[in-house]
Design a protein around this ligand. Structure first.
Ligand SMILES: NC(=O)c1ccc[n+]([C@@H]2O[C@H](COP(=O)([O-])OP(=O)(O)OC[C@H]3O[C@@H](n4cnc5c(N)ncnc54)[C@H](O)[C@@H]3O)[C@@H](O)[C@H]2O)c1
Ligand SMILES: NC(=O)c1ccc[n+]([C@@H]2O[C@H](COP(=O)([O-])OP(=O)(O)OC[C@H]3O[C@@H](n4cnc5c(N)ncnc54)[C@H](O)[C@@H]3O)[C@@H](O)[C@H]2O)c1
Lengths: 203, 203
């Protein structure tokens, strides 16, 4: 089993390959990748070796080939639909942002429980009643869910996502959610970034 | 020089120590830390060894001692003030969230350029005119800045933060900012999380 921290680094390698392609660079060494990403080249080689032999000794990695491979590994070679629960400040910011940033992953449904929010238009989406979730998961083939509701509602929302068939969840609410073993749950917290940046004060 | 990726892991170790303390656990081995964090124990030992000898052979780490040390290393043993630029959807969500989540780091000023936003109350803050930034950085001893404005305005906002004396910046706008060498800039993008989660589709 490949550890989560390896999987979390793959999009960073993919972004770099996309950037290099735009710059017309066709091959790159793990050494050079290490410099550009401020990472250890041995770690990069080890990460990629889990998935196959992509580099050639003395030449490095072929940018286009590695990009294609990383897309396949991350299932980004097909359309991925996401349900975003909570059309509040964070949910609206995330939904507007995702529209522009990621070609293959799209917010297919934006849900809320507040009658004042249901029916609102956010970009190209209309806020739906959360009670419609199960329906939408089926008809839009939704594979992932994002939780952007207050902590007090998060466990209920999480349970509803899972019973509607969603097995991969990105949670923004500050609460430890209980999920069954087969569900992949990732929590995110921007204050962790701030805390690590605090290291650099007074340097 | 310690690499960024080591520094980024430190808040994760700190969170774990805080959690263990609440659970009444007084010591923990790097092995056990590895299991709880889904990380490689050797990596954890190596990370912590950069900063001193914290563990004892056969016993592991003392939870309270390591927590205190990590706080000192991350400068979280004192008050840290942050300027948040952009009182839009994301900025409001971040400012409300930060109020509850992190004891030592607080949003000391929320700024915007839109006259309709200036003067609004968000939690305990009143949205200030961005032109007041330099004043506020001095009077409130602001050490960090968060950019939550559209990409088109982000470079100007970044330049203003730096000329006001802010040297550490967390950027949410989808643009590569140019900053002088002595400024610490970190970009964040939630779609990277989504892309790594896509790996688990169909598993
Ligand atoms: N992880 C981070 O870095 C981070 C950053 C900012 C905010 N947050 C968190 O994100 C969440 C949303 O923040 P916000 O500022 O958008 O809050 P908000 O109050 O503006 O929005 C919350 C939305 O959730 C909806 N909601 C509540 N209960 C619901 C339910 N049962 N089903 C469906 N919708 C429901 C509300 O109607 C509202 O529209 C909060 O939990 C906040 O703590 C996390
Ligand atoms: N990194 C991520 O994961 C992520 C997620 C969501 C949004 N975003 C980005 O965050 C930014 C904010 O998103 P949003 O949804 O809050 O947008 P928004 O339009 O709701 O808010 C932007 C705010 O910035 C203010 N502003 C514009 N120019 C300014 C200037 N020169 N000085 C001060 N304030 C100024 C506007 O008046 C507005 O209030 C966007 O760039 C968006 O792409 C990033």
């Amino acid at each position: 089993k490949i550890s989560n921290s390896v999987i979390r680094r793959l999009p960073i390698y993919l972004r770099l390959m996309q950037l290099l392609k735009v710059q017309g660079i066709t091959t790159i060494s793990s050494q050079d990748m290490g410099v550009r990403l401020d990472m250890n080249p041995a770690q990069i080689r080890k990460d990629l070796a889990y998935f196959g032999e992509f580099g050639r000794k003395g030449v490095g990695y072929e940018v286009e080939y590695l990009e294609r491979k990383l897309r396949q590994i991350l299932n980004l070679d097909r359309q991925i639909n996401v349900a975003l629960i909570g059309a509040g400040h964070l949910g609206i910011a995330l939904s507007n942002y995702a529209r522009f940033q990621s070609e293959r992953i799209s917010i297919a449904g934006l849900f809320d429980a507040d009658p004042n929010k249901i029916g609102l238009t956010v970009g190209s989406l209309v806020v739906q009643n959360f009670s419609e979730l199960t329906n939408m998961v089926q008809t839009k083939n939704i594979q992932m869910g994002i939780i952007a509701v207050p902590a007090i509602a998060a466990q209920d929302v999480c349970d509803s996502l899972i019973s509607a068939g969603v097995k991969i969840i990105l949670n923004f609410a500050p609460i430890n959610l209980r999920v069954p073993k087969e569900v992949v749950l990732r929590n995110t917290d921007f204050t962790t970034e701030l805390q690590s940046l605090a290291f650099y004060i007074d340097e």
